[in-house]
Design a protein around this ligand. Structure first.
Ligand code: RB5
Length: 163
């Protein structure tokens, strides 16, 4: 798989560990982010990786900041991105199984490296369950609505499956 992995200054060590781990398992990894002693703003990195994933330049992305919160907020501004902030193996598995997350976000100040690497593996190896597809279609419908221009009088596109 081709992945882009990025962090801001708050998670350089974990970024390097994730990159090494993925390369050791045969993945092609593009690494972005500052070197030790320098800083970078998470929206710049999240936007760059989000656009690479959305365009198909890479298959998936991993974004790491202090908490993972800023990265996830920023990455989800890119149409087509489903970025999931995960904290444990359960959320990592469900991010793949229910949400087909194409970007994984981690908190470098919150997770020890062994758990973070296990979360990455869980996310990569858990298949999406197709029964959740209509919820993803609902997310895409929101994106199309926003791209058309938000109409304060308008309502979201009706779901073809009301239940
Ligand atoms: C940077 O200090 C910090 O705010 C950032 O890494 C992240 O935690 C934001 O959500």
């Amino acid at each position: 798989m081709r992945l882009a992995v990025a962090s801001d200054h708050a998670a350089i060590e974990l970024r390097q560990a994730v990159v090494s781990h993925l390369r050791a398992h045969g993945h092609t990894v593009e690494e972005r982010g500052p070197d030790a002693g320098t800083s970078a703003d998470y929206p710049d990195l999240a936007g760059a990786v989000g656009c690479e994933v959305a365009s198909g330049e890479v298959d998936r992305g991993v974004l790491i900041c202090g908490t993972g919160i800023g990265m996830s907020i920023a990455a989800n501004k890119v149409p087509g991105i489903r970025a999931a902030l995960v904290h444990d193996l359960t959320t990592a598995a469900l991010a793949a199984e229910h949400n087909d997350a194409n970007v994984l976000c981690l908190g470098g100040r919150l997770l020890a490296a062994p758990l973070a690497l296990a979360c990455v593996d869980m996310w990569l190896h858990t298949p999406f369950e197709a029964r959740h597809q209509r919820r993803l279609d609902g997310i895409s419908a929101i994106e199309r609505q926003v791209q058309r221009g938000l109409d304060p009088e308008g309502s979201p596109e009706p779901s073809s499956h009301p239940a």
